[in-house]
Design a protein around this ligand. Structure first.
Ligand SMILES: [Zn+2]
Length: 360
């Protein structure tokens, strides 16, 4: 199994306030405190507020996009500055103060569930703020296509299979206490214009949600079968690009949206936070692919990167799943059956739950 064992991105910008560290299972904010700086911490379920006096950092508003922290905002005040950290649902906050000599650092760790990093031995424990009320994790399921856009047509019609699968996965996740948001719950398009349609689907995957899964059915001009899971990125494979163009709306529109998505993928190369979100997306993709294969015994077509428009601006882990080929004589007929759809749904749900539970 190929998934990311550990991810550490650390970028100490000169005088950054706070310094940000993204780690597997937690996000760390480090505030360097000059002499005489005082602070207070308070917390509501979705915001951690730090009030500093005696320091004047520059105003900023930063998207973090990690699984624990959506963003933080630094707002200067007459006495100092307030920092508002927007928390994802169901996180735990731990704070401690490190002092060596004249150097003081306030460390804020925002953790998924109960996985705690080990504090440095010099850490002085501070009373931790009240625990946030447990909030359900929220998953966005995007049944591909709909309305005027049937998607792939073969032994099955893509838009019907994706909606049915989304309903099945929703039932399974809700049973586990996970909240599910569907981008559509009927045979509709979100807009007749493909770019708007895909943009609206992606917008539903905002930072208040934990992850996004777009569900699709494949088709191919040469016989092919099996399951593949994508996270965002570029590809040089011409066959894959043809498929991406089709999912991005087909024809001239599909080519244009694919080009737009490709240029986003180039920008992401220099954006560390987007890069780290991609690593989480890759991990989600591997969990989902593995559990789908276990549940169905289908052919493994692998986890890959491609410039799908619907994934291009995701600030939460986001994947696109191709559950099988509508026009393959065996797989297409299998996709017609309740039993196979239920197996697919169980595979999808298990992979998602494993990601939400930190790989357990
Ligand atoms: Zn599709």
């Amino acid at each position: 199994m190929r998934f990311l064992a550990i991810l550490i991105v650390f970028f100490p910008l000169a005088m950054a306030f706070p310094r940000l560290g993204l780690h597997e299972g937690y996000t760390r904010l480090v505030f360097d405190l000059e002499k005489g700086v005082q602070y207070q911490i308070s917390q509501t379920p979705d915001t951690l507020t730090l009030r500093f006096t005696g320091t004047r950092p520059a105003a900023s508003d930063t998207d973090v996009g990690s699984p624990q922290v959506a963003s933080y905002q630094v707002v200067p005040t007459p006495q100092g500055a307030n920092v508002f950290v927007r928390l994802r649902p169901s996180v735990e906050v731990k704070t401690f103060l490190l002092e060596d000599g004249s150097r003081r650092r306030l460390v804020v760790d925002v953790l998924t569930g109960s996985r705690a990093p080990t504090s440095p031995s010099t850490a002085q424990p501070r009373p931790s703020p009240p625990k946030p009320r447990a909030q359900p994790k929220v998953v966005v399921l995007d049944p591909g296509h709909g309305g005027v856009d049937p998607g792939a047509v073969g032994f099955v019609v893509e838009k019907e299979v994706t909606l049915d699968l989304a309903f099945r996965v929703r039932r399974l996740l809700e049973r586990e206490g996970v909240e599910v948001v569907l981008t559509r719950d009927r045979d509709i398009h979100l807009s007749p214009d493909k770019a708007t349609d895909l943009g609206l689907r992606a917008e539903i995957a905002n930072s208040k949600r934990n992850l996004f899964v777009s569900i699709h059915v494949n088709s191919a001009s040469t016989p092919a079968q099996g399951i593949e899971v994508y996270y965002f990125g570029n590809t040089l494979d011409p066959a894959l690009l043809a498929q991406v163009i089709r999912e991005n709306g087909g024809g001239e529109v599909g080519r244009r949206l694919t080009q737009e998505a490709q240029s986003v993928s180039q920008r992401i190369m220099s954006d560390l936070i987007a890069q780290s979100n991609l690593m989480f997306s890759r991990q989600l993709a591997h969990y989902v692919q593995a559990s789908l294969l276990r549940a169905t015994g289908a052919v493994d077509r692998g986890v890959r990167q491609a410039p799908f428009y619907v994934l291009r601006n995701a600030r939460i882990p986001a994947i696109l799943v191709e559950v099988g080929f509508a026009n393959h004589p065996t797989e297409g007929r299998r996709l017609q059956t309740e039993a196979y759809r239920q197996a697919l749904a169980e595979g999808l749900a298990r992979g998602i739950l494993r990601f939400l539970n930190n790989g357990e």
